[in-house]
Every structure is written in C-alpha cells, then in structure tokens.
Design a protein around this ligand. Structure first.
Ligand code: 6GU
Length: 226
C-alpha cells in the first residue's frame, strides 16, 4: 500500500511513522508513506498557502491553488483509490473504516490546518472525509498518523503474529479480554486458573465470555450495533 500525505507540518508526522510497527511495515516494503510539504506548491516566495476567509471572521483558510497543484502533481504519479481529507466534521473513524481502507492500494491524505481547506477542494477532489473523534486538534497531522497506524498494522505480514490483529478490541465489535503473563501468582493475586489449564477450547470460551462481559459493562453501545 502507498500513502501520500499533503501537510504544512511534515515533521509532526515523521516521528510516529518511523517507529515500531510503522517502521517495520515500511522496511518490509508492505507500506510506503510519502510526506509532501504543501509549501512546495505555494504561490509566492513567502510560502503562502492560506488566506483570509470570504465573509470575514477569524482564522485563515487553505487556498485552492496550492492544494490543486499538489493533488494534480501527485495524481501524475499514482491513481488514488481515495482522496481523504482529515477534518473534525468528517465521518468518525473506527475499526471498520480501518479494515476497509487497509484493502486499498493508493491513498492520498490531506491534512487541514487553520479553519480548514476551501470548500471547493472538498467538493471537487476529496472522496472521503475522516474525523478521529469529537474533539478539535490543531491540525489533521496527528489524526492522519492515527489513521495510518490503524491501517498499516492490518496489512498482511506487518504484524509478526498473523492472528493478533484479529483478536484486537473492536475487531468483532467486542473489547479484548484481559491478559496475563508470568508469574502465575503475584502478590497473592493468582492468574485465572483456566488460562493455566492447557485446554484451548476452555480458554477460547473463557476469553469470549470475558470479552462479552467487558463489552457489556464498558461499551454496551457496541453490542447494540450488531
Ligand atoms: Cl481529522 N482534524 C482535526 N483538526 N481535529 C480533529 C480531527 C481531525 N479528528 C478529530 N479532531
């Protein structure tokens, strides 16, 4: 999978993409992420990419022309399955959206800043708008990092243990069950006996019931969705 990102702050994305699982995905050639500084397509020597909003009001708007030039330059390199705009008024990102996007080939992600991007870009270029939750971030970069991480770890071969993405919280609209490691007793607190039983059927059953109970208690909304 290939992902291009258009941003005015590429440094905000660099670090999260160059560690741990994201680093491994890229080293294995399963994921490539290219960051593009929008200022490269700025209209003047000041690097201007934003302007005052028509109608007045506080806050700048990212201009059409640099964005269109950036998008069209990248479209010469790749045919994008989706052009995604990161914005708090987009569709709320969840595991289903991550699963779906992980099946795509090429993505272009546009990170908004200031008051956002000129509406005409949303109408004529953007195919999908994503928010990562009901709160406002200073820019789309951290949200893009979240989305790229959630997608990247689902790509086949990225996680060492192929089954481990399948048992994540949310993967079946259930939260993950509790986990334990050695020692079997710590401070007088024992690990649930069944996990030491060596009986895979009993263990699976216990985990499923724990997941169900945990979901009932903490996120009953997930059970209603089914
Ligand atoms: Cl995608 N962008 C910004 N600026 N804030 C957000 C967001 C995105 N998702 C939640 N809050």
């Amino acid at each position: 999978m290939h992902i291009d990102v258009i941003t005015v702050q590429p440094d905000l994305l660099e670090s999260p993409l160059s560690h741990s699982i994201m680093k491994r995905a890229q080293e294995k050639g399963l994921l490539s992420v290219q960051l593009h500084n929008l200022r490269k397509w700025a209209l003047n020597k000041y690097g201007q990419v934003d302007d005052y909003q028509f109608g007045g009001g506080a806050g700048m708007v990212m201009m059409c022309e640099p964005l269109v030039n950036a998008i069209e330059a990248l479209q010469k390199e790749h045919t994008f399955d989706e052009i995604i705009y990161m914005t708090p008024d987009g569709a709320r990102f969840d595991q289903k959206a991550a699963n779906g996007l992980s099946l795509k080939g090429n993505l272009l992600i546009i990170c908004g800043h200031y008051k956002g991007i000129d509406e005409r870009i949303r109408e004529h270029y953007v195919t999908r708008e994503i928010s990562i939750g009901d709160y406002v971030l200073s820019g789309g970069e951290l949200a893009a990092a979240v989305v790229i991480d959630a997608i990247g770890r689902l790509l086949p071969g990225v996680l060492g243990d192929e089954t481990s993405a399948l048992t994540d919280s949310f993967q079946d609209d259930l939260l993950a069950p509790p986990v334990y490691t050695r020692p079997a007793e710590f401070n007088g607190w024992p690990v649930p006996e069944v996990l030491l039983s060596g009986n895979p059927k009993l263990i699976d059953e216990w985990r499923y019931n724990q997941a169900l109970e945990r979901t009932r208690q903490r996120r009953p909304d997930l059970l209603d969705e089914q």
